[in-house]
Design a protein around this ligand. Structure first.
Ligand SMILES: N[C@@H](CCC(=O)N[C@@H](CS)C(=O)NCC(=O)O)C(=O)O
Length: 206
């Protein structure tokens, strides 16, 4: 299996953690994200979404999107599971992933791309001046929605670490440094981030 990735960016960092947690060692192909190599024809022919990371399976199939990659890794090597041990657990994981994506990750990404990240994204995507500020507010509303759901559990989907925690951790840690910090009154989210900071594989050095 080949993993096309980069040494920088929250999603490549998530991929590194996911592969580490699964103890799977893919062939690594580093793509120069700063020079937008990922947006050039050669890479678009492999991954039309133009983003990193993505996997190319032994059969030559491209799998992009961290959640799809994580579920694929769980299918080919179930232990340790990052999606959940039962059909119900896995459904809960997919549910929370989609909710986090729509309510938190996507608006955070839009807030950055159309705001602080404009210079980087200029020429890669169409930029709109009016997008950044409301997108950041929507992401904060999403975090405020999630916070009480974590009151009685250690992780986003319950008492087991899943790929949603990995993606959440790297995404929030990255955007925290880009002007989208976590409201300290969201105690459960702050607690989750602190817990993940001390995790052997996720931790700050990963
Ligand atoms: N939803 C995607 C996000 C991928 C993503 O945003 N990748 C960023 C790196 S963190 C990227 O490729 N940025 C460079 C670009 O868009 O040109 C996933 O789950 O993999």
């Amino acid at each position: 299996m080949k993993l096309y990735t980069s040494p920088i960016g929250p999603s490549p960092r998530s991929a590194k953690i996911l592969f580490s947690l699964k103890d799977i060692m893919p062939e690594i192909i580093e793509v120069d994200i700063l020079r937008a190599e990922n947006r050039q024809t050669e890479f678009l022919s492999i991954n039309p979404a133009g983003q990193l990371p993505f996997v190319v399976t032994e059969e030559g199939i491209t799998i992009a999107e961290l959640s799809a990659i994580a579920e694929y890794l769980d299918e080919i090597k179930p232990d340790p599971s990052l999606s959940g041990l039962t059909a119900t657990d896995r459904a809960v994981t997919r549910m929370r992933m989609r909710q986090c994506d729509f309510l938190i990750f996507a608006p955070m990404v839009l807030g950055y791309r159309h705001g602080e990240g404009r210079r980087f994204f200029d020429g890669r995507i169409i930029l709109h001046d009016e997008v950044s500020a409301p997108a950041k507010l929507i992401a904060q509303e999403g975090l405020a929605w999630l916070d009480p759901l974590l009151e009685k559990q250690d992780y986003i989907c319950g008492d087991m670490l899943t790929y949603v925690d990995v993606i959440f951790y790297t995404t929030l840690a990255f955007f925290d440094k880009q002007g989208q910090s976590i409201d300290p009154s969201l105690k459960n989210i702050a607690g989750l981030m602190a817990r993940l900071d001390t995790h052997d594989v996720l931790g700050k050095g990963a």
